[in-house]
Design a protein around this ligand. Structure first.
Ligand SMILES: Nc1ncnc2c1ncn2[C@@H]1O[C@H](COP(=O)(O)OP(=O)(O)OP(=O)(O)O)[C@@H](O)[C@H]1O
Ligand SMILES: [Mg+2]
Length: 501
């Protein structure tokens, strides 16, 4: 192994030393001092005391001093009190007017206590220096004054930075709120089917009011989405929307979440805590899976609905809140009332307006638009350029019973996009095994044997059933004929013979 060449290393360090040296002489004099006195001897001696540590400028009269003040970066001025042209106090008034952040010190030959005390009290001077001065003391005084200056400047800077950050946060908040409002706007909920159009009608009417709404529907049908859209379309949109899943917590914890608690209300309650009802004051609370609540909780919810009153856990006082309540359930609440698992009075209070979201399999005509929407979202998210679905793929999607409803469709498409890679169209083979099984089972169910023993009549029953389904699901005779694998004219003839119009 050969020794590393020493020459370049040594010269590099010499260069860096030279640079550091240059910087340190500059850095040693970050502060500029201005001394104004009509006696040259005093100027000289002050300069001698201070020039080693500061950039010192001198002037023998006020006007010259002001000129330097304007031209140079001056952090501290020392001025003689008694001067022929402009007195020390007059000079300092000018300094205050021009560069108010400059630290001001006054030299005084005799103790004119009154004017100096007044000047100090008025904040015009930082302190006075009595002639003759002790050089070391003066150096300490100046150093302290500049430290104060530094801190004040830093404070001001931090204050300004904080104000700017606050302003940014405020703007960001506003932006985010707009974003959320946009994200949950009605037009983000897709559905051309008559059943969804009816849902939109009710939503629109109810959004403007404070009415309690009970949203029903199987899992994944969009209950959450509808609740948020109602809130963000209504007069409470600038206030909070808070959601709580009532099925997710044991009773006591749920009570404390919703109503808050006093310190010591239960083990672990170390401090008072506000509940969601108070946080949502003026806004909306969304009680998801309301069907899962225990009887005790049902009583408490009834009280809020009746009197707008809540009582934090462990507190003896009740509080009024102004909160709009939206609730959702995927259970049959009426059945729960009948079997006495849900209070009837609460049920009626909740379903002032009822919105029932239809399962996706009962509005298959919405599938293509939803599928394309989720494809767009997934394309964006994963930076893909998939154009659409092959006919066979779309047939598969429309035939699926979607037990997980829109959520399942969304996941299925996201998964397909992730796995498909760079294809132009999504084909049926790109969907999950689970989906294909679901479709196969559905098709199996739909060709149950007809209740007919005569073969011809039985075949007619089956034909009628298949044509009905194909027309309903594809929405047009042309597409239905395509799916059934027969020409359109044949379909029309067949429908006529089967008296299907
Ligand atoms: N009509 C629709 N248009 C667009 N997206 C929808 C629609 N319905 C549902 N979604 C989407 O489907 C997913 C499931 O919806 P959501 O969470 O609102 O269902 P949910 O009824 O609350 O389900 P769960 O009962 O499981 O809580 C969400 O990503 C939602 O954005
Ligand atoms: Mg939900």
């Amino acid at each position: 192994m050969s020794e590393p060449p020493r020459q370049p290393a040594a010269s590099a360090s010499a260069v860096s030393q030279a640079i550091e040296g240059a910087r340190s002489t500059q850095d040693a004099h970050p502060y500029g001092l201005l001394i104004v006195d009509d006696e040259e001897a005093i100027l000289e001696s002050l300069e001698l005391t201070l020039a080693e540590d500061y950039r010192v400028f001198t002037a023998t009269n006020g006007p010259d001093g002001l000129e330097i003040l304007e031209r140079e970066e001056i952090n501290l001025v020392i001025v003689d009190q008694v001067m022929p042209e402009m007195s020390g106090v007059e000079f300092l008034e000018e300094v205050i007017a021009r560069k108010p952040e400059t630290i001001r010190m006054m030299l005084t030959g005799y103790a004119d206590v009154h004017s100096i005390v007044r000047a100090i009290n008025d904040g015009r001077i930082y302190r006075y220096i009595q002639k003759p001065w002790e050089p070391d003391e003066l150096r300490v005084d100046v150093k302290r004054a500049l430290e104060t200056y530094h801190l004040t400047a830093e404070n001001a800077q931090l204050g300004a930075a904080l104000a700017a950050a606050n302003e940014r946060l405020r703007a960001e908040n506003l932006y985010l709120r707009r974003e959320v409002q946009r994200q949950y706007a009605f037009d983000q909920i897709l559905g051309e089917s008559p059943s969804m159009q009816r849902v939109f009608d009710v939503m629109e009417k109810v959004a403007e009011t404070d009415a309690t709404v009970l949203i029903g529907g199987e899992t994944g049908t969009g209950k959450d989405l509808v609740a948020r859209a109602i809130h963000y379309a209504g007069p409470r949109k600038e206030r909070r929307f808070v959601a709580q899943n009532c099925g997710a917590l044991p009773d006591t914890l749920l009570e404390s979440e919703l109503f808050g608690h006093k310190r010591g209300a239960f083990t672990g309650a170390h401090a008072d805590k506000k509940g969601l009802f108070e946080l949502a004051d003026g806004g909306t609370i969304f009680l998801d899976e309301i069907g899962e609540t225990e009887p005790g909780m049902q009583v408490r919810l009834l009280r809020v609905l009746q009197d707008g009153e809540i009582r934090p856990l462990g507190s003896s006082e009740t509080r009024k809140v102004d909160v709009r309540i939206l609730a959702a359930t995927n259970r049959d609440l009426r059945a729960a009332v009948e079997s006495q698992r849900f209070r009837e009075d609460l049920y009626y209070r909740l379903r002032v307006v009822e919105i029932e979201l239809p399962p996706l399999r009962e509005r298959r005509e919405d599938v293509p638009a939803l599928a394309h929407h989720f494809l767009d979202v997934a394309n964006d998210k994963m930076n893909r350029q998939i154009q659409g679905f092959t006919n066979a793929a779309m047939d598969l999607l429309t035939a699926c019973p979607w037990s997980g409803n829109v959520r399942e469709l969304e996941n299925e498409i996201e998964r397909a996009v992730a796995l498909a890679g760079d294809v132009e169209m999504l084909g049926p083979d790109m969907f999950s095994e689970h989906l294909r099984k679901e479709v196969a089972a559905e098709v199996g169910r739909s060709i149950e044997l007809p209740d007919e023993h005569d073969l011809n009549r039985a075949v007619d029953v089956l034909k009628r059933k298949m044509i009905e389904t194909a027309v309903a699901e594809t929405g047009s005779k042309t597409r239905a004929a395509e799916r059934l694998g027969i020409p359109r004219q044949s379909l029309q003839k067949m429908m006529k013979r089967l008296e299907m119009d």
